[in-house]
Design a protein. Sequence first.
Length: 693
Amino acid sequence: MTQRQQIVLLRGGLDIVSPPLEIGQGFCIGALNYESEARGYRRVQGRERYDGQLKPSEAQYWVLDFDAGQTAIVAGNVVTGATSGATGIVLLDATPDTGTWAGGDATGTLALSEVSGEFEDDEALQVSASTVATADGASIQTGAINETLDATYKQAAIERRRALIAAVPGSGGILGVCTYRGTVYAFRNNAGGTAAIMHKATSSGWQAQSFGHMIDFTGGGTATMVEGETITGTTSGATATVERIGMLGGAWSGTAEGYLVLSGITGTFQAAETITGGTTGATATATAAQEAIALPPGGKYRTVVHNFFGVSKLSRLYGANGEGPAFEWDGSVLAPIRKQIDASLDKPRFISVHANHLLTGYDGGSILYSGTGEPLDARSVAGGGEIGFGQDLTGLKSSTRTATIIAGRNKLGYLQGNDTANFNLSFISEDSGAFADTLEVVGEPYFLDDLGVRSLRAAQTFGDWSIGAISRLVEPMIRRKREKGIVPVGAVRVRAKSQYRLVYSDGSGLNAYFGRKNPEFMPFDLAITPTAVHSGEDNSGNEILFVGDDEGMVYQLDSGNGADGADIEAYLRVAYMHQGMPNRDKRYHRALVDVIGGGPDTEIFYSSDYSYGDPDQPSGAESQFAISGAGGFWDSAIWDEFYWDAPDQSQAKIELNGIGQNVTLAFMSDRTYEEPHTLASITINYTLRRTQR
């Protein structure tokens, strides 16, 4: 009989609830570590450890030929050119191609990393000031003579960089990760667990940040103190520079009370002494000596970046941790943001910005807001006040310039208005709420509740009904996690991929793709125990994603190709394909799989099953195919991001040789350094047989 063809575009996401005949062609019925994208299903990108140093995936290697080798050159040696002064670190033990070390005539090739300078032909190569060989030519970056050696050297360079990247110093898990002005910060308890330390990612690794001091004052005089002026204790003679002024009450007319954040202190201020501003002449009374500013241990750090001051360079980071007051950070000065409540209660868990007011959310549902454009001013006269939500908060998220979404465990609302005169809190739902840290805006607000991932619009329309959940097709996965007590760590938007990404405490998660008519959900596994997740921007405005784990390590997500040096195990089973004739047997001859991307040697395993896995219909033997993807066209592809001798898209031929009413294909990959590939479509070749009656 004449062979027929069916072309199936791979899209739709995971569906584990619909009856078989209802599942759309191209959906999948099993998946792990694949994600939906515009062209099909892509194996997820990697994760790699991060501390601000050169990332493992960015590591490079150089090759340097040598002769007259007289001393074994081993991995880790620092080789120096005696004439040029160039240096490089040896990646792999050098094996002579000819000659011997003992004979002083060994020849071969060195694989080097972190080369500085230019090696010169015929110069002596030295290790610890002793000559070990002679350079036979100059060093060449990425200069392996074949693809096998290129992969070997590249992997060795990656592993060397990985070994240099350390966990955030301290004890316990990561308490939070954030980005500010392109710099990454991480919070972790100190070794003794007595305080949390803020660490900055730098080119030399994590660096603990030091904070200044603060002093409380009352009875502020008729002149207003200003930032930058020098104050003096009239009794102690102590001096300091005012960095920030926190206002808690009164006015600069003899009743002002608050606190000063100080730097450059000399001496020790005394309780009850008068402090005087050297620029303004303002006076106040110190209530005690200065105290060092520190962050309390524990908690979970949630942050937001905002510019309250109108000048482009004055954007600042604002944070809350649930264990102490909120704070402001400008890269060098940390200022506590205290409120007019007892210190034992001043422990906001959530933070956001609405209409140029800083919002801090507390247990019990209290939301305190600062004065207009004054994040450190809690006074009502400056525009500060309180809003009662009536339930413990689980999220605060500014959705637009004039609306902030407020979430509780079983309540949703939004705040509108510009200031205390017209703030208006409206409730969307009194029976549907969000798990903590899952409220995120991807075009519109989304969150996780007991029934799955929902949009704010659906919650407002359907209330506490499952029909409003956009994750209905993967609901059993979400329900099983809830039943096992596996809770979400948080959710982030991934703008570059049109995703809402939900991360659970066991390292698993769901990617929701919004690039087509309906959201498409696909599961992933990070293979770590996450404690914090964050989405931010680098100095160039590029999106960067991070996750912190229970061992104090910070990883950059969607970076590199492997799972921090381990394999990424990826699996995808396509929904049963019946060619529009579900009750008719077919002989399946072969399938053509269109694969986009991947590296020069991508390997994918596959297997096939027929008639819903009927044991009387033998499964296809597991096999594999290799492709050479990630090609491109001159003048259109990005240089150094494609392989010039590879096709732009590959097509793999799979022999099926099975009989059944339908067929499914499963794809598996398990590689550490392999670049992600996308499964775009399947073309099934078949012939018709009898009809089942």
